[in-house]
Design a protein around this ligand. Sequence first.
Ligand SMILES: *Cc1c(COP(=O)(O)O)cnc(C)c1O
Length: 352
Amino acid sequence: MYPKVVIDINKFKHNVNSLIKLCNKYDINISAVSKVFCADEKLISALIECGIKEIADSRIQNLKKFQDKDVNKLLLRLPAISEAEEVVKYSNISLNSELETMEALGQASQSLGKAHKIILMLELGDLREGILTENFKYTVKEILKIKGLELAGLGVNLTCYGAIKPTPINLGELVKFAKILEDKYGIKNPIISGGNSSTLPLLINGTVPSEINNLRLGESIALGKETVKGTVIDGLFDDTFTLEAEIIELKVKNSVPTGEICQDAFGKVPVFEDKGKIKRAILAIGKQDFASSFPIPLNKDLEIMGASSDHLIVDITNSKINYKTGDIIKFKLDYGSLLGVMTSEYVSKEYI
Ligand SMILES: *Cc1c(COP(=O)(O)O)cnc(C)c1O
């Protein structure tokens, strides 16, 4: 069945093992992030076979998928107060920044009789989640009063909303606050979670502060990339996942539409480059499957022209391969399109 995403388990495991080796060198534990592949069952098993001890996801629905597995389950997205019970039920540890939420988690923990740990997130420049550092002491004191919760450490998230790079300076701030947690509040060996795949370039060049003892890695595992510049890390695979889609129309047509331009299916007014007549293929896959980020054709002579919800239009004029209707075109994926195809129930999965 097409469209189909083909997943190479050996390449996946190779990336996991390489990252474990790199992180072991610096005594860093990996929380393997499964959200980009929706906690796919076979990939979760592969993580565990490689020796991963903690798996992290943004959504409880994904954490539920591997409840029976003997690994720590970390909830990455700040819990919603309304889901506090579910959070305690299905995860052992969560990232937090709101006292009201932590109080709700504490209550849930007591009523369910199940322990729950907290990593307190600090805002260090990127402006996504995290408490302002000026509120650090107050917040810690309040958390320590909450029954049912264990404050296990501190974390930071960078290179997301604000596209702020991890540096020895902002990670040094994190370490400084972790020392306060240890010295002033008696939290022994706190988890110090120094970010996501964007911290890897610093780790590789040896400038991550040595106190950092955890990273939460998603994209580097799935796509082999660090996320500061999006380059492939030496020795890792960026083609663990390939997408295959089928040609359902192949015709020579004008490159510019004829008639009066209004708005497209998504309310945007499109602009077209006049390339004269071109040979185009329509593939049976669309924005419903890869969201807004286009997959990348493996054949470099192909150019993506655009897509609607169920159709992808590709310029094949310069292709040396003589495609015909019914042929399959293969693509690599970036983060956005991988997230899309793994989420889409219309894309089948094959494991090799
Ligand atoms: C998604 C996410 C990660 C993983 O980021 P990658 O860039 O995929 O490694 C880490 N931490 C948090 C809080 C996240 O939401």
